[in-house]
Design a binder for this molecule. Sequence first.
Ligand code: PEP
Ligand code: CO
Length: 449
Amino acid sequence: MTDWTPTSWRDKPAKQQPIYPDACDLEENVRELSALPPLVTSWEIESLREQLSEAAAGRRFLLQGGECAEGFADCESTAITNKLKILLQMSLVLTFGLKRKVIRVGRFAGQYAKPRSAELETRDGVAHPSYRGDLVNGAEFSAESRIPDPRRLLRGYERAALTLNFIRALVAGGFADLHHPEYWDLEFVHHSPRAKEYQQIVESIGDSLRFMETLAGAQIGEMSRVDFFTSHEGLHLLYEQAQTRRVPHREGWYDLGVHFPWIGMRTAEPDGAHAEFFRGIRNPIGIKVGPPMAPESLLELLDILDPDREPGRITLIHRFGNELIADRLPSLIDAVRSASRTVLWSCDPMHGNTEAVDNGLKTRRFENILSELEQAFDIHAEMGSYLGGVHLELTGDNVTECVGGARGLSEVDLTRAYRSRVDPRLNYEQALETAMLIARKMAKMNGRA
Ligand code: PEP
Ligand code: CO
């Protein structure tokens, strides 16, 4: 690729980039970031790409989940372990129900930049620039805090490094060992309406594991170590550019700040700066596709981002909302097929189902989330395609942000524990319930096949 450099995106129109008050200060911080060591390695990235290609072929399932807007304050041990615990519990349920290996990808260790639909946020007649994620400005509603501050680029990199360091240490120390699912118990699990079903799954997995190990006469090593990969929206192009490097013994450039970056729906124009930046990195990439995406633009985008049709390169994360999916998804599946392309299809049932309730809070109805997911499985199956992943906004904490679910949260419950800075997340129980629904749905479909 001769006409690409990590900075060639600067010649294209770049949406959603903050305007910093002092350009010299910004350059200084970007220069400093560019000299710091990578957060991830090229071989981890290649291994993920390989695994994603297997998911695209129907042999694995991608579980991608975490914060909508990760904050610097989330870099704290309980928040991190709770997120790992819920992802591990969900992946256990999925592995059991799907009889497939699950790829665990967190929206963490760098999900600090947010695209915003409105430039300004108005409260009680006062307007300030919108919050764009901790990587850019402060969430506090004041003129001062909303000014983009380039030192936040370094703070973000550092928080991502601290988060990842803790995750790696936990995994290396056996936290994710399938022999010890009790390590992942969350305090309130025992009070959950879903607790019994989950405990049954844990017990039968324990039984199968002991059975296989008795046959093998040894511990099954692969079971005791699971990997977590990191992902975030590759929105802030200076931040991504600064961590994009060449590595010895491999061709090309890698964005070494993250394993799996994605292009958000608001920045997915084929002739825009994001497509330009992403086309030059070797990482597997996600593309959010929603209602504005026409089949022709999608194909144009795929030609730019994946000219060599590399297995595992592209994951299409569709997010239409429960009302539009049946109308819009089939033409995209057809377009991809008519271009003889193989992609991994994943469903984000969150972002097309956001609504505001009377008190102004944003919420999502659990029934709409599940309905979009069920429709997604059915549409892919009917068209002979394979839905190989889900993309969820969730937390291991007991928040009240999405309504519905086993405990029947209603709109009046929302204010009790609403902590998200941007979009409403599934709480622990709703997340586990979602995993159970997927497992049941796929088991039923496989039975039919
Ligand atoms: C997100 O994933 O938080 C997001 C903003 O998604 P989308 O680009 O699909 O709207
Ligand atoms: Co979101």
